[in-house]
Design a protein around this ligand. Structure first.
Ligand code: FO1
Length: 312
């Protein structure tokens, strides 16, 4: 695939496809537009989980088992906070991971934007692909739960292990967010936009909620293709299927394609799902279950070849 590819991506699932693409394509062709709705301040540090998952994955540093944090990390600082000061360590910050949060927080406090800070971090890690936060403003995802009312993302996802029943997902600060020149430029220069198999409602939804993002995508004249996060009626990992049920949706790839309706003109479904007859939507049926580095590369290659088959 020649040309520039912009990828909308959230956490763990999306990072797998990101690494497959990065193995396949020259880094200058790749721009990842990453969800920052999971971001929050912890111990005075700005934590950006999805940016860090993609960054650590592309740098070969990620704890592949967990899908986040740094492989082989220790928790001496966190253990001291608990043992010396009684701090409940519900959010596990590793010692090596802390280096990222310390430097990012310092650079932000110097007045740099999250876009500038992210560029600095990924360059120092030797990552050639471009990594962009979906916006520079804080735009935290909030969830209305049946049992506990409104929850912050990490309280829902980590502290309460995504068990609360989700009634609605909100982005209360979206009015203060704007498309950055970097995101606008990446979309303008894209020859293809991919929506990675991240949680559509929790990870891609916040990106689409940035004012102007949907319009920018709809104005593109290049393919916009989503990859299913649902395989055989279930999510590979995390609360996607549970949230779909709680939002009253069928747990199906078709419901995901419907969520992206109007934004996408192609859909990469999984070969294990039953056929996905959606009028006007080109659909491929590939192995989207990425259990090994080879699977990630194979999906990236097969997906790009399929897209090329109807665009050149
Ligand atoms: N996820 C967990 O389930 N437990 C944790 O303690 C945890 C800590 C953590 C620290 C830094 C970071 O970048 C991510 C971390 N995550 C943790 C993952 C994170 O909550 C999720 O990856 C995203 O927010 C959802 O995609």
């Amino acid at each position: 695939m020649s040309g520039n590819i912009a990828v909308l991506v959230g956490g763990v699932g999306g990072a797998k496809l990101a690494s497959g693409l990065a193995e396949l394509l020259p880094p200058r062709q790749l721009t990842f537009i990453v969800n920052t709705g999971d971001d929050f301040w912890r111990l005075g540090l700005k934590i950006c989980p999805d940016l860090d998952t993609v960054m650590y994955t592309l740098a070969g540093l990620v704890d592949a088992e967990a899908g986040w944090g740094v492989a082989g990390d220790t928790t001496a600082a966190l253990d001291s906070l608990e043992q010396l000061y009684g701090l409940e360590p519900w959010f596990r910050l590793g010692d090596k991971d802390l280096a990222t949060h310390l430097l990012r927080t310092q650079l932000l406090r110097q007045g740099r934007t999250l876009t500038e800070v992210t560029a600095c971090l990924r360059r120092r890690l030797g990552i050639g692909a471009t990594l962009l936060p979906m916006c520079d403003a804080d735009m935290p995802t909030r969830l209305d739960s049946l049992e506990h009312g409104e929850l912050g993302f990490q309280e829902y996802f980590v502290k309460r292990r995504w068990q609360p029943t989700v009634r609605a997902i909100r982005h209360p600060n979206s009015a203060g967010a704007r498309l950055t020149p970097a995101v606008n430029g990446a979309l303008d220069e894209a020859d293809l936009v991919l929506i990675a198999p991240s949680n559509p409602w929790l990870s891609i939804g916040p990106i689409l909620a940035v004012p102007g993002m949907r319009r920018a995508l709809m104005n593109l004249s290049v393919p916009v293709v989503a990859v299913t996060p649902i395989i055989a009626g279930a999510a590979v990992k995390g609360p996607t299927a549970k949230i779909m049920r709680e939002l009253g949706l069928p747990v199906s790839a078709a419901a995901v394609a419907q969520y992206y309706d109007g934004l996408i003109n192609g859909f990469i479904d999984d070969c294990r799902n039953e056929a996905l007859p959606i009028a006007g939507l080109r659909c491929a049926r590939l192995n989207t279950l990425m259990r090994s580095p080879e699977d990630k590369i194979a999906l990236a290659r097969a997906g790009l070849e399929w897209i090329e088959s109807w665009t050149t």
